[in-house]
Structures are given as C-alpha cells and as structure tokens.
Write a protein that binds this ligand. Structure first.
Ligand code: NDP
Ligand code: 2IT
Length: 446
C-alpha cells in the first residue's frame, strides 16, 4: 500500500478507534485509492487525503419532543457535512435507534464518492437521529420532526445542504420536516428531496434507488455476457429500496423468491407477490412475517441472516450495513450465485466483499449501484430550481443514462487501476475520488 495512504489510514485508526463502521468504510476506500497516490505525488504535498478523510463539519444537537403520554423525550440529532468540493452537501437523514456518529460518518464518506459518480454537482453529507419511528403515532413523528428541524434549518438550504430520506425517513417524515423548514424560514425552496408530488417532489424518486440498482446490475451483467432474464433473485429488506428493486428486477425477467425485515425473512418459491408486500409495509407499516398468512405456499423464518442460504443467481442486499458477512457470502457462492448488487450502503462486510471478488462473483458496490436515489434527488433539485416538473418517463430515462454512465466509469477505472477489470470496488472508489480530488486541488487548501 502507498506510504501516504497507509499513514493517513493509521492516523484515522488512532483518532477514531471506537468508530468501527467509519473505519471499515475508510479501510476499503483508502486501500482502493492507493495506486492513485502512487501516480499523483502532488496530492500528498497538498495534504489532500488528510483533508478528504475529515468531515468539513459535524453538527450534533438535542432533539426534545413530547410523546402521546405527555412525557418529554430527548433524542440526539446529527448532520455530517462531509465534503462540498463539487456541490452543496447532499445525502439522507437516517432515523433508527442504532444511529451514532460512526454510522453517519461512514455514510457521509461513502456519499461523497457516490455523489461524485453520478456526474451531477452534489457534495456529500448525511444526518439523522437515534429516534425510532417504529410504533410511534403520526403526531409523535411530527413532534420529533418539527423539533429536529428547529435546529437543523439554520445549517441547510437549497444551495448549502439538501437532506433527503434514508432508513426510517420516508415521505411522511420529509413532509413534516419540509413544513417546519418553510414555517421557520418563510422559504419555499428545494431544501429537501423525496418530497411529495404536490409540493415539489419528483416523479420516479420513490422508485429511483431500487430501479437504479437494477439498471446498474443489468449493465454489469451484459458487459460480462450474463442476463437477469430467468435468474432467481434474493432481495433482503422490505423497505423503499428493496420494494422497488424487486419491482424492476421482476420486470427485467428475474424471479424474487425471498425478502426480509430486521426480524426474519420470507421464502416464496412461486415468486414474492409484491402487491402483498407493499400493502403490509407501505400501507399498514406491518412486519414481513404477516406475508405468510396471506400467501399460501410461502414460509417465514426468524432471523434475517438465513436469507443468504437460499439458492439464488443474484443477491440484492437492500436492508442495512454489514447484513451480509463471510458466512452469508460463502453460502451464496456455494449455491452458485453469480452476481451481488448492493442496494444498501455497505451491506457486505470487508470479508464478504473479498470472498465475492476472489470467487469471480460479479460485485456491484453500493456507492455505485445505489446511486440512482441520490442522482434522482439531484434531478429533483434541478426541477425545483427551474420551477418545472418532468414526466415519469423523462426522469426514468435520465436515471437509466446516469446508471449506465456510472457503470462505465467504474469499469474504466477498474481496467486502469484494478487487479482485474471486474473489480468495480476499486473502480467506484477511484472514479468517484478523481473528480473530488481535482476540484479540491483547484480550490486550494480549504
Ligand atoms: P427503509 O427504512 O425503507 O427500509 C429499511 C429496511 O431494512 C427495512 O426492511 C428494515 O427492516 C430493514 N432493516 C433496517 N435496519 C435493519 C437491521 N439492523 N437489520 C436488518 N434489517 C434492517 O430504508 P431504505 O429502503 O430507504 O434503505 C435501505 C438501505 O438502502 C439503507 O442502507 C440505506 O442507507 C440505503 N439507501 C437508501 C436510499 C434511498 O433512496 N432510500 C438510497 C441509497 C441507499 P425493519 O422494518 O425491521 O426495520
Ligand atoms: O444513501 C443515499 O444515497 C440516500 N439515502 C439518498 C440520499 C439523497 O439525497 O437522495
């Protein structure tokens, strides 16, 4: 490994010893970037990597709100404004009890490279809170969102930082956040994306991450003489990304036989009935196990990791970080799985990723494969600035083009720098990095 990159990585390990997710992401990224620093000694003189790994700003704040029993609750809110070299900070807000600074720093760091890969002018950021929307009433969710925005509004804006959804943050939460931002600032501007269609949202944003993932996988398979047509597919998760990944992969000729949530997974050898999943998850906010009572011939299994033991050709992890470990990877490989497309952010552990790469499984890393969501968010920002809205077909066509472009950039960088031309992990990291690096060099030591 290049001496400068290994020194910076060692420094990160010392200063952030307790941030395991952040160090995991940083290890993969810095190891991939090593050959770039061999080629560009001027980057070290400019301290480029020392600056690149450090968020420009981290905001942490108290979020007090009152629950339905009249009790005061306090959560912790965050916004990590990671890098604004190529555009305003852009990235989602995660609402989940596991949220902490390490998780948001890993997500923010990944987002910088992902947003660069889209080719659109967006920097990287991420935020959220340890608030758990599950089991809360709409009024409680509104109270939380209003309190969260009462601090966040002073740090964001359509030209500075544009948050969006992520785990636990969907259309309902974005609506409450947007209403409070508008009330506090008096501005009707595209400060959030993933908005409802009646107040500035973009058609196809709901579908974009899952659809984009399938477009990336399709490009990757075609470039390697394979196809989605006739493939058996396992999709983990049953949230926004998982549902629309299922919808598109089915349209492309795949058959999804399993989906999951944080409690367990369903197996349906006849192909998962997506209308039933949408009804349970999108309308009723229920649990995936309710599926088996409605669809004869399907099974439910407790625990989510068992989903990787189901025989499939293509695996699409779309739930959360580190949901697919070495054991899961070995089971997939033993069962003949030939492609993995990451819909979630960092769903595969470093060991799992290494196993896929070593065993010739085509591997689409999250920061490239799930970039369709944020790319369509950037298209929402464009529409808001123009005060226009494009049709579903227009947005979907642009999304297809963007995902093709991302795949090509990953493949080109992999061919130039990777140990093999299908190492899209190295490809994505390097292609994403080069644009940000160039912009940072041009803008001086800031
Ligand atoms: P949702 O909240 O809509 O769905 C999350 C899904 O993952 C649910 O099925 C949830 O199950 C499951 N899940 C969450 N945490 C865990 C856990 N600890 N263990 C097992 N399962 C879990 O989120 P999204 O679909 O929006 O996000 C899914 C992933 O995709 C995340 O990694 C996110 O960062 C990433 N992503 C999202 C984008 C977007 O546009 N929304 C864009 C790019 C990436 P349960 O209901 O039990 O919690
Ligand atoms: O991880 C991600 O890319 C997202 N959650 C979407 C971010 C966005 O700004 O649309």
């Amino acid at each position: 490994m290049n001496a400068y990159t290994s020194r910076v990585l060692e420094g990160l390990r010392q200063r952030n010893a307790h941030e395991s997710e952040f160090l995991q992401a940083a290890t993969e990224i810095l190891e991939s970037l090593s050959p770039v620093f061999d080629k560009h000694p001027e980057y070290e003189k400019a301290g480029l990597l020392d600056r690149f790994v450090e968020p420009e700003r981290v905001i942490m704040f108290r979020v007090p709100w009152v629950d339905d029993q009249g009790r005061t609750q306090v959560n912790r809110g965050y916004r990590v404004q990671y890098n604004s070299a190529i555009g305003p900070y852009k990235g989602g807000l995660r609402l989940h009890p596991s949220v902490n600074l390490s998780i948001l720093k890993f997500l923010g760091f990944e987002q910088v490279l992902k947003n660069s890969l889209t080719g659109l002018p967006i920097g990287g950021g991420k935020g959220g809170s340890d608030f758990d929307p599950k089991g809360k009433s709409d009024r409680e969710v509104m109270a939380f969102c209003q309190s969260f925005m009462t601090e966040l509004y002073r740090h964001i804006g359509q030209d500075t930082d544009v948050p969006a959804g992520d785990i636990g943050t969907g259309a309902r939460e974005i609506g409450f956040l947007y209403g409070q931002y508008k009330r506090l600032t008096g501005l009707y501007e595209g400060v959030l994306t993933g908005k409802g269609l009646t107040y500035g949202g973009s058609l196809a944003r709901t579908q974009a991450t899952g659809y984009g993932l399938c477009y990336f996988v399709k490009n990757m398979l075609e470039a390697n003489g394979k196809t989605v047509q006739g493939a058996t597919v396992v999709v983990s998760g049953s949230g926004n990304v998982a549902i629309y990944a299922n919808e598109k992969i089915t349209e492309l000729g795949g058959k999804v036989v399993a989906m999951s949530d944080s409690n367990g997974y369903i197996y349906d050898p006849n192909g998962v009935n997506l209308d039933v999943v949408k009804q349970i998850k999108e309308v009723e906010r229920g649990r995936i196990k309710e599926y088996v009572a409605r669809v004869p011939g399907s099974e439910y299994h407790e625990g989510c990791k068992g989903i990787w033991t189901i025989k499939c050709d293509i695996a699409l992890p779309c739930a959360t970080q580190n949901e697919l470990d070495a054991e899961g990877a070995k089971a997939l490989i033993a069962n003949g799985c030939f492609a993995v497309g990451e819909g979630a952010n960092m769903p595969s552990t470093l060991e799992a990723t290494e196993l896929f790469l070593q065993n010739g499984v085509l591997f689409a890393p999250g920061k490239a494969a799930n970039a369709g969501g944020v790319a369509t968010s950037a298209l929402e920002m464009s529409q808001n600035s123009q005060r226009l809205s494009w049709t579903f077909e227009e947005v979907d066509e642009k999304l297809k083009g963007i995902m093709k472009g991302i795949f090509e950039k990953c493949a080109e960088a992999a061919a130039e720098y990777g140990d093999k031309p299908t190492n899209y992990v190295v490809g994505a990291n390097i292609a994403g990095f080069l644009k940000v690096a160039d912009a940072m060099m041009a803008q001086g030591i800031v």
